[in-house]
Ligand binder design. Structure first.
Ligand SMILES: Nc1ncnc2c1ncn2[C@@H]1O[C@H](COP(=O)(O)OP(=O)(O)OP(=O)(O)O)[C@@H](O)[C@H]1O
Ligand SMILES: [Mg+2]
Length: 511
């Protein structure tokens, strides 16, 4: 064989292979970390970075470009900054932060970026949505009309919440704020409402307790839990509620009703304050940055009831806020009071006295009001708030040991029985017909002759009797029928019979 032939044999395949090679040129703008702080990093080297663009650091940690100046960018780091070093490369992604959305999230516990933290399989995402989305325009919104039953008598009767409403839950620490939000989620077992519980800045142990309550109550299969705990980076705590809202909006766009709980926005505001101070933004009142009102209003404006033409879904928001020493006129609580459509105020005084749930009915309000209540409530709870407020006033007055006339004594007796009926343990949900039966019995004075301690037992008796003897009426009440005079008379008759039967029963037992 000639040398030339050998040459051809050897090189032809190589030349062929070389001809097929198409070097893929990856264009990436790479900058570097200049300095790292607690939760933020300063980056230099980008030329046309966009506001809120997602960046990736080495090691997979992500960040949001926040403070942009000509050559530098302040970046909110969405992960531990301990692994970042000055000089590390940083890459642009060309997109903003997004999260997986869809049915694959239901029943799961995820972090603020939608990554599973329950030890389960990876999330099966239908699509990805940016965490910040414009709120629905006014013309897409419908009035709030459908009630969202919480199963808590004081709320459903006195401070009703409608689907698409934003109702603030506020109170000092350890007054039962989380308990109310969790009970509202648990009560959605037959309503078709999906729930999202977003924990922000809480202790991990507190979050575990909530997840356990949801599992035990069988609510986890229609709930998503989004967690950015107190140990997580402030950046993750800051983005968590926006991410959770995007997950909810996916279902709302598909016509579902969604309930979202942000627990709590005080800690969210603190995480944002920390980031803003580290980014050297000028501090304002209580050292919060100037846009603190805007970050909460752009979050809560996303809750709404959509019109039928736009899917007809709804997003009801229950933001939680912690007050200090009952100061509801502090900066963050007043901001949130003005953004939301009402507030449920929990009083530490009532909690100490054992009036649980510790809802202060006088200070609480629902600006959507009776319009969203099932019509049957109007007949029994129409003047509940007024009557209860008058009773509380009388009670304060009576403490001075004044001589009381018979009418005042009667109103005090009645008010005390109503208070007993409004007491309710955690996870002890009451359906609407039973709520109406119990409130009617109390406001009509059927419990007046009982000791306050015996009211709870009597309440159980009358509720069972109404369920057993008036099933049709119960169904009609649930379907939204008005309570006519005849229905009312029938109800009162059943209540009286049940009470006298129970009395006779105890009488016989004692004999
Ligand atoms: N209706 C109720 N009946 C009985 N116990 C209740 C009731 N509501 C709340 N509690 C109890 O009160 C305690 C405080 O409740 P919860 O954790 O909901 O309060 P919180 O205001 O969310 O507290 P934190 O400020 O720590 O978040 C819990 O131990 C809870 O079990
Ligand atoms: Mg709590």
């Amino acid at each position: 064989m000639k040398l030339a032939d050998l040459h051809g044999d050897l090189f032809a395949p190589l030349e062929d292979a070389l001809a097929r090679v198409r070097p893929a040129i990856e264009l990436a703008e790479v900058a570097h970390v200049l300095s790292v702080g607690n939760g933020i990093a300063e980056v230099v080297g980008f030329t046309d970075l966009r506001a809120d663009e997602l960046l990736t650091f080495s090691g997979g940690v992500m960040g949001i470009a926040s403070n942009l100046s000509e050559h530098r960018a302040g970046v909110i780091v969405l992960g531990a900054t301990s692994r970042l070093r000055p000089g590390d490369p940083v890459r642009r992604t060309g997109r903003v932060v997004d999260v997986p959305v869809g049915a694959g999230l239901i029943g799961r516990v995820v972090d603020a970026l939608g990554r599973p933290i329950d030890g389960g399989s990876p999330i099966d995402a239908e699509r990805f949505l940016p965490i910040e989305q414009p709120s629905p325009p006014i013309m897409h919104r419908a009035p709030v009309q459908v009630p969202l039953q919480t199963g808590i008598k004081a709320i459903d009767a006195g401070i009703p919440i409608g689907r698409g409403q934003r109702e603030l839950i506020l109170g000092d620490r350890q007054t039962g704020k989380t308990a109310i939000a969790v009970d509202a989620i648990l009560n959605q077992r037959d309503s078709g409402v999906l729930s999202i519980y977003c924990a922000i800045g809480q202790r991990a142990s507190a979050v575990v307790r909530v997840i356990q309550s949801l599992r035990e109550g069988g609510a986890m299969e229609r709930t998503i839990v989004v967690v950015a705990s107190g140990e997580d980076a402030p950046g993750l705590q800051f983005v968590a509620p926006y991410a959770a809202t995007s997950m909810a909006e996916h279902f709302m766009a598909a016509g579902r009703d969604v309930l979202i709980v942000y627990d709590d926005l005080t800690r969210h505001a603190r995480a944002y304050r920390e980031l803003s101070l580290l980014l050297r933004r000028p501090p304002g009142r209580e050292a919060y940055p100037g846009d603190i009102f805007y970050i909460h209003s752009r979050l809560l404006e996303r809750a709404t009831q959509l019109r039928e033409e736009y899917g007809g879904g709804s997003l009801t928001a229950l933001p939680v806020v912690e007050t200090q020493a009952q100061n509801i006129s502090a900066f963050i609580p007043t901001n949130l009071i003005s953004i939301t459509d009402g507030q449920i105020y929990l009083s530490p005084g009532l909690f100490e006295k054992g009036h649980l749930p510790a809802i202060d009915i006088g200070t609480s309000v629902s600006r959507v009001g009776g319009k969203v209540q099932l019509p049957a409530f109007r007949a029994v709870a129409g003047n509940l708030r007024l009557m209860y407020a008058q009773f509380e006033e009388l009670e304060t007055f009576a403490r001075f040991g004044t001589q009381l006339d018979a009418e005042t004594r009667r109103r005090l007796t009645r008010g005390l029985r109503v208070r007993e009926v409004l007491k309710q343990r955690e996870h002890d949900h009451v359906d609407v017909p039973e709520q109406i039966a119990a409130l009617l019995a109390a406001t009509e004075g059927l419990f007046d002759d009982l000791e306050p301690g015996a009211v709870a037992g009597a309440e159980r008796t009358v509720c069972a009797a109404v369920r057993a003897n008036l099933p049709d009426l119960c169904d009609r009440i649930t379907e939204g029928a008005k309570l006519g005079d005849e229905d009312r008379a029938a109800l009162i008759k059943t209540l009286r019979e049940a009470l006298s039967g129970a009395e006779a029963g105890t009488g016989n037992g004692n004999a």
